[in-house]
Design a binder for this molecule. Structure first.
Ligand SMILES: [Zn+2]
Length: 293
């Protein structure tokens, strides 16, 4: 285990325990989330060493990496994903009609494949070898391991996306530098993250599926994103809701809390999460759009 002595966002050496939660998804191991006394950023601490993290991903259930169509839950998930692909494309089209996109953490490549079908030049990064090879063989995509991030030419991409990925990255500073180096001037970062200020996070507490320890090393709020990216010269230009995540995360949280996927309370809490989001909480997950200052 690695204990962080400094806040990954502001560098302060003072933090307090915020919450003890469990890896309900896979290992059953308990982890603590610390809260920085200076900037309020929450991070899993201690956390597995970077080379130990892989074993917390080894499950066919990790649904974002699996396309197995089994049961109602998986079917709904697939339907939502189809809708989400077109919505992601439409969102990016507001800023760039065509160009070069890099999707970091592209999994099996559905999103990049969709972007290619719309005339974009696409590249992906996927650390898991099996998943990467699937993206390559299924869609003939250009998908690389993480080391490639340092090999691309400077200012290579109009858009860099990370859909629920940044919270998994051990070397956060290094990744921020890489994003800065690889994005073209005038380019756009598209970063999707869970929001631990959301109503469903407060409602489910330690059972909230958005904590997903130890896979999620950081637990961002909107203010954290603005502060962290600001330090690296990016300006937050837009925040969009991911309304389906409120239901999906509530359903998983129900499972973690009660052992069963109780649909009704999940739908109820998901509904209230979206309804209350406009006040101070924000949505269960957000898409952040950022540009260089
Ligand atoms: Zn801090």
């Amino acid at each position: 285990m690695e204990e962080l002595k400094q806040c990954p966002v502001c560098g302060s050496q003072k933090s307090d325990p915020f919450l003890s939660t469990t890896d309900f998804f896979l290992s059953g191991v308990e982890f603590t989330i610390s809260r920085c006394s200076n900037c309020g950023f929450r991070f899993t601490n201690p956390r597995p060493e970077a080379n130990e993290l892989g074993k917390y991903y080894q499950s066919t259930d990790y649904i974002s990496h699996s396309d197995a169509r089994k049961g109602l839950f998986a079917s709904v998930y697939q339907l939502v994903r189809k809708y989400t692909l077109s919505r992601k494309y439409a969102l990016i089209s507001n800023y760039h009609l065509k160009g070069k996109i890099l999707d970091i953490g592209c999994a099996t490549g559905q999103f990049l494949h969709y972007m290619e079908s719309k005339g974009w030049e696409a590249a992906g990064i996927e650390p898991d070898e099996k998943t990467r090879n699937r993206a390559i063989s299924e869609f003939a995509l250009k998908v690389f391991p993480e080391e490639q991030l340092d090999d691309f030419e400077k200012s290579s991409f109009d858009v860099i996306s990370m859909w629920h990925v940044l919270e998994h990255v051990s070397a956060l500073d290094q990744r921020m530098d890489q994003l800065k180096r690889l994005l073209k001037p005038g380019g756009t970062l598209v970063i999707a993250l869970p929001n631990c200020d959301a109503y469903d996070a407060l409602k489910y507490g330690k059972f909230w599926a958005g904590y997903d320890v130890p896979r999620h090393l950081y637990h961002f709020t909107r203010a954290d994103v603005e502060f962290l990216f600001g330090k690296y010269g990016f300006k937050l230009i837009r925040v969009l809701p991911m309304r389906f995540d409120a239901f999906y995360v509530s359903l998983l949280s129900e499972k973690y809390k009660t052992g069963k996927m109780h649909w009704l309370p999940a739908i109820w809490n998901g509904f209230w999460s979206n309804a209350k989001a406009g006040q101070k909480n924000g949505f269960s997950s957000h898409i952040y759009l950022l540009k260089t200052k």
